[in-house]
Design a protein around this ligand. Structure first.
Ligand code: SR1
Ligand code: MG
Length: 431
């Protein structure tokens, strides 16, 4: 392996995974971080708390404050050293966080320090925030969630697209993020390919879901539908995506929302981010039977999840259209071409066509993102924490049935209300 490629994977001289012992000395080299923490390294407490699939995550606390440090490991943590993964994903994450902070500073963590050699990002400690997925499992309502994620998506997708950026700047950005190759490859294989073939790392609730897993592997129409989505993912660089916008990438309190972890960022189809968030609300929706208690059957909560799905889409749509209507600098849909009354009307009508197509893309991607969490390698705690495997399988089967319908039928779904109705139908009874 040439040295530059090798360094992308394992780091050059100077890279080593940080430990609870070595982290103090490293953080002391940043005056900004030292100022946040106060005191000296001997006064700081350090805890490794990473429970994600890829990285080390440390919480460091000092006399005057705390920080969170995320460091890329040269392999997939979930699988082990047999699956090498480039540590330069930290660079793409840092670049994406900067692009997001430029338009939604209140919805992302503040970055204090980035060390490219150590592939480490030191950021604001989000406290008392919790991971949204864990809040949804507990049945907690988040009144601002739908609108905040709609703002995040509308602003980040619009501002990085050809609607907002001059073509040269957009190409420049797109070319930089196009090197996030291995992280995109994870999505290409785990989301769009492995659930539809015999794959060594795939798993599902056995034996209960063996039949539906086999159906997914032989259904040619479904495989065409998912390959069409993969084609879009591979070839349509519409905007800078977060790339992994699930409910584990969002931290919340009842008043605040922060989107974290954009290491999968690249230029792709806008619907991929929108569909990821929708898919994870729907996974939560179908998991609720497994979290019901004698005091709370979670029926109202399930309704709240679908309300959140609907509000999210409606709010996204109106924010995106609003951004498109104000004066802008992008090279697509040049405003000067539509200045007369007829032109203005035609462009406004086209904007609605555009967001209607975006909904259909998002619905398809949502289906793919649901299926991969049940039939692929990486599952979600919403389902995994259901101890009774028959109950878990029932929840998962309903979700898979919806996923299949979303992928196959996306082009005939014309409203978010129709998605809700379909979700409710698939959630009824034993399928
Ligand atoms: C091998 S990584 C598995 C998954 O974890 C991340 O959160 C992404 O969703 C990825 O697909
Ligand atoms: Mg992540």
């Amino acid at each position: 392996m040439a040295d530059t490629v090798k360094n992308r994977f394992t780091g050059g001289a100077g890279y080593a995974p940080l430990t609870e012992q070595s982290i103090g000395g490293f953080l002391e080299s940043s005056s900004q971080v030292s100022n946040v923490l106060g005191g000296r390294s001997q006064d700081w407490s350090v805890r490794e708390v990473g429970d994600g699939n890829l990285n080390l995550v440390f919480i460091v606390k000092g006399p005057t404050g705390g920080v969170c440090l995320k460091q890329a490991l040269p392999y997939v943590r979930l699988v082990g050293e047999s699956w090498p993964l480039p540590i330069d994903r930290a660079h793409f994450e840092h670049e994406a966080l900067k692009a997001e902070a430029a338009v939604v500073p209140n919805l992302v963590p503040e970055i204090y320090f980035f060390d490219k050699i150590r592939a480490a990002i030191v950021m604001e400690l989000l406290e008392p925030h919790i991971i949204l997925r864990k809040g949804l499992i507990q049945g907690i309502r988040y009144p601002k969630l739908a609108d905040d994620i709609a703002t995040f998506a509308a602003q980040t997708l619009f501002s990085t697209s050809d609607l907002a950026l001059p073509a040269g700047r957009k190409r420049d950005q797109q070319s930089m993020f196009s090197l996030n190759i291995e992280l995109c490859r994870i999505t290409e294989e785990l989301v769009f390919t492995d659930p539809y073939r015999v794959a060594e790392l795939s798993r599902w609730t056995k034996p209960q879901l063996d039949d539906i897993a086999a159906e997914f592997r032989v259904d040619a129409h479904l495989k065409i539908a998912v390959q069409e989505l993969k084609w879009m993912f591979l070839s349509r660089g519409e905007a800078l995506l977060h790339g992994d916008l699930h409910t584990g990438s969002i931290m919340v309190t009842s008043e605040q929302t922060r989107v974290i972890d954009p290491e999968f960022a690249f230029y792709g189809p806008m619907g991929f981010d929108l569909g990821a968030f929708m898919a994870n609300l729907l996974l939560s929706y179908y998991s609720q039977e497994g979290h019901a208690t004698p005091d709370d059957d979670r029926k109202d909560y399930r309704r709240w999840l679908l309300d959140t799905l609907e509000t999210f889409w409606r709010s996204f749509e109106s924010k995106f259209l609003e951004l498109w209507r104000i004066p802008r600098t992008g090279d697509a849909f040049v405003p000067g071409l539509f200045e007369d009354e007829g032109g203005r009307r035609a462009l406004e009508a086209y904007r609605f066509t555009f967001v209607a197509r975006l909904l259909q893309d998002s619905i398809g991607f949502a289906g793919a993102k649901i299926a991969r969490r049940i039939l692929g390698l990486a599952h979600v705690e919403d389902m995994e924490s259901i101890g009774d495997s028959d109950c878990r399988a029932r929840c998962e089967r309903r979700a898979l049935n919806l996923a299949r319908q979303l992928m196959l039928g996306r082009n005939s779904i014309t409203s978010i209300a129709a998605v809700r109705q379909l979700a409710e139908t698939c959630g009824e009874g034993d399928l």
